[in-house]
Design a protein around this ligand. Structure first.
Ligand code: SF4
Length: 107
């Protein structure tokens, strides 16, 4: 009786050569990247680029930038926080990474 061999199984974890051991995305990052691309496509033609920026931000412990889409204060095209203040005409660019003192993480 022959033992079936998986030619893709090299006997080592697939993420062994990926982040943080190299620049290649690991399995968890790929899954998150694809989810972000899927979610961002409604808002920008550069969904892959924004998802890539978010991945690089996640890797950098000193990068604290956020996107408005991840903020509780975003209400459609407006920011509740900014609207309540004097910046009533402020329209957030939802997919640009930046630092905002009023950011509140969703969920
Ligand atoms: S509080 Fe800041 S990060 Fe949040 S939606 Fe408003 S402008 Fe964007």
């Amino acid at each position: 009786m022959h033992k079936q061999v998986d030619v893709n199984d090299h006997g080592e974890p697939l993420d062994r050569w990926c982040w943080p051991h190299s620049e290649a995305m690991n399995g968890a990052e790929i899954k998150l990247f694809l989810g972000r691309v899927n979610a961002l496509q409604r808002y920008t033609d550069n969904a892959e680029s924004v998802a890539d920026q978010l991945m690089r931000r996640d890797r950098d412990p000193f990068d604290d930038r956020k996107i408005c889409l991840a903020c509780k204060n975003l209400n459609g095209d407006y920011c509740k926080q900014r609207y309540a203040s004097k910046a009533k005409n402020f329209q957030p660019v939802k997919t640009v990474l930046w630092r905002c003192d009023y950011f509140k993480q969703k969920g």
